[in-house]
Structure formats: structure tokens, C-alpha cells
Design a protein around this ligand. Structure first.
Ligand code: NDP
Ligand code: 8X3
Length: 258
């Protein structure tokens, strides 16, 4: 394992779920954290709780990844001691709705495509040039099993995650003559705020997604992300697909009844 101590790790979508868990996991390894999301008050309380007890420091960035100029401005505004990002975790993302494509809500499509695809591109475009210049860096994208297979109603969300898969592979090719590594961690069912967001606050419907099966936690995914980041410099983990034991694919799960 290569030490992550004092490495600077930028995590988008650090205010909840997998991103928050990644922040904690990297903090345990002694990394310094750039925490980005829109809900800045959540980021601040996460930063405070990490600083309280762990040998780490965190810098909070209020950021909507959909806004390309805001992403560039956020990088430009970073204090010098925070500007050299070693690991970028492109995690910010969401699903909205689970309806049929021909009955779909265009505003949902815009938000998913603008966040999961264009947002990831904006942040990558802003931060990777510095990595190339410094000859050091690692991009870790959070994809999904939804980027490998479809499920009914998944249509546009799955398309965004297929796009993340393509972008990951393309970036890896484009950086092949550099020391920069590119990985993707693609989870199945993880209990976070994902389904509450997808069903627009319908908590009961969201709970049913995870019923009768021991699903992954954000920590399980964060563990895989830290694994990717802590390999020796000549080792690139291309892809980790991680599911609960009782999930064989997006559509095949075994659930306890009652
Ligand atoms: P959560 O809803 O718990 O977290 C999503 C995070 O993304 C939040 O921190 C949110 O922060 C951030 N985010 C959303 N939109 C934006 C934006 N425009 N700009 C900046 N940040 C944004 O869900 P998860 O933790 O589950 O999701 C994280 C990633 O994992 C997503 O890419 C998702 O697609 C992927 N994933 C999730 C799975 C699951 O089953 N949960 C399985 C496979 C992949 P804020 O609202 O404060 O901006
Ligand atoms: C999010 C989880 O169930 O839509 O990627 O594949 S799922």
C-alpha cells in the first residue's frame, strides 16, 4: 500500500452518501481534503468533525459542478497550498425518476446529464491539466453497474453512467503516456440519499429499494476508492464493480420477504 498521508484529495459530492464516506476514509489515511458540493453547511460540519480527532485538514468548496465557469473559478480561487490535487474523486451525481423514456421529464434528463456527465467533464477538464504538469495524479470516477447494464426505467440515468464509463476509458487512453492514473468504481445498491433524491423526497418509496437485502454502505464503496488510490504508482486499477453479495446484476437480487 502506498501512503496517502498529506496527499491532497478533491471529492465532489462530499456532502452526503458515498462522497462523505470517501472523505472519512481518506481522512483516516491522513490525506488532506477538498470537499465540494452545493450544500456548504453540510461540508463545513463534515470538515469540523474530521478535524476533531483525525490527523487531517479540510477545505470546503461550495460548488455546482454543472457550472463550468464556477468550476474553473473554484480552482483559481484555491489557496496555493490546496491547488495541487493528487487524487480527484468525481462522485457528484444523481438519478431522477424511474419512468418510461417516452413519458420522461425533460428537466430530469437535463439535471442528470448536466451533473453526471457534463459536471464530471467540467471538473476533470479543470483539474487534470495540473496533474499532467506536475507529473502526478489520479482520477477516480464513481460510475455504477447502471453504466454496464440497463434496467426498466433506468434509460437516461443508465445512459449517463454508460457515458462515465466511456469518458473513463477515453481519459485513460489520453493519459497513457503520463504517470496519471484513471480508475472507476462502479457500485450496485448502496443505501445513501440517492433514492430519496431519485423519488424527489418520497422516503417510503426510497426505503423499499433497499428492503430485504443487506445493501452496500458508502463505507464499502469508499474502501474500494481508497484501495485504488493507495496502489503503488505503477499499478492502475481500471475498474472495480462492487455489489451486495445478494445482488448478481441490476435486475437479479435475492431479498428476504416479510
Ligand atoms: P447522495 O444523494 O447521497 O449524494 C450525492 C452527492 O452528489 C451529494 O453530496 C450532492 O451534494 C452531490 N451533488 C449532486 N448534484 C450536484 C451538483 N450539481 N454539484 C455538486 N454536487 C452535486 O447519493 P450517492 O452518494 O449514492 O451518490 C454518489 C454517486 O454514486 C453518484 O454519482 C451516483 O450516481 C453514484 N452511485 C450511487 C449508487 C447508489 O446505489 N446509491 C450506486 C452506484 C452509483 P449537494 O446536493 O450538496 O450538491
Ligand atoms: C445507482 C444505483 O440501482 O440505479 O447507480 O443502479 S442503480
Amino acid at each position: 500500500m502506498t501512503s496517502l498521508r498529506n496527499r491532497t484529495v478533491m471529492i465532489t459530492g462530499a456532502s452526503s452518501g458515498i462522497g462523505e464516506a470517501c472523505a472519512r476514509a481518506f481522512a483516516v489515511e491522513g490525506a488532506r481534503l477538498l470537499l465540494a458540493a452545493r450544500r456548504v453547511e453540510r461540508l463545513q460540519s463534515l470538515a469540523d468533525s474530521l478535524a476533531d480527532g483525525l490527523d487531517t485538514e479540510a477545505h470546503v468548496i461550495e460548488l455546482d459542478v454543472r457550472d463550468a465557469s464556477a468550476v474553473d473559478a473554484a480552482l483559481a480561487a484555491l489557496p496555493a497550498e490546496w491547488a495541487a490535487v493528487d487524487v480527484l474523486v468525481n462522485n457528484a451525481g444523481l438519478g431522477l425518476g424511474l419512468g418510461k423514456l417516452h413519458e420522461g421529464v425533460i428537466e430530469h434528463w437535463d439535471r442528470m446529464i448536466d451533473t453526471n456527465v457534463k459536471g464530471l467533464l467540467h471538473v476533470t477538464r479543470a483539474f487534470v491539466p495540473g496533474m499532467v504538469e506536475r507529473g502526478r495524479g489520479h482520477v477516480i470516477n464513481i460510475g455504477s453497474i447502471a453504466g454496464h447494464e440497463l434496467y426498466p426505467g433506468g434509460n437516461v440515468y443508465c445512459a449517463t453512467k454508460f457515458a462515465v464509463d466511456a469518458i473513463t476509458k477515453g481519459l485513460r487512453m489520453d493519459l497513457v503516456d503520463t504517470p496519471i492514473r484513471v480508475s472507476t468504481v462502479d457500485p450496485g445498491l448502496v443505501e445513501t440519499e440517492f433514492s430519496v433524491v431519485r423519488f424527489e423526497g418520497d422516503v417510503e418509496r426510497a426505503k423499499r429499494v433497499y428492503e430485504g437485502i443487506e445493501v452496500l454502505t458508502g463505507n464499502d464503496v469508499a474502501d474500494a476508492v481508497v484501495y485504488c488510490a493507495s496502489r503503488p504508482p505503477h499499478v492502475q486499477i481500471n475498474e472495480i464493480i462492487i455489489t451486495p453479495t445478494n445482488q448478481a446484476s441490476a435486475l437479479v437480487t435475492s431479498r428476504r420477504s416479510g
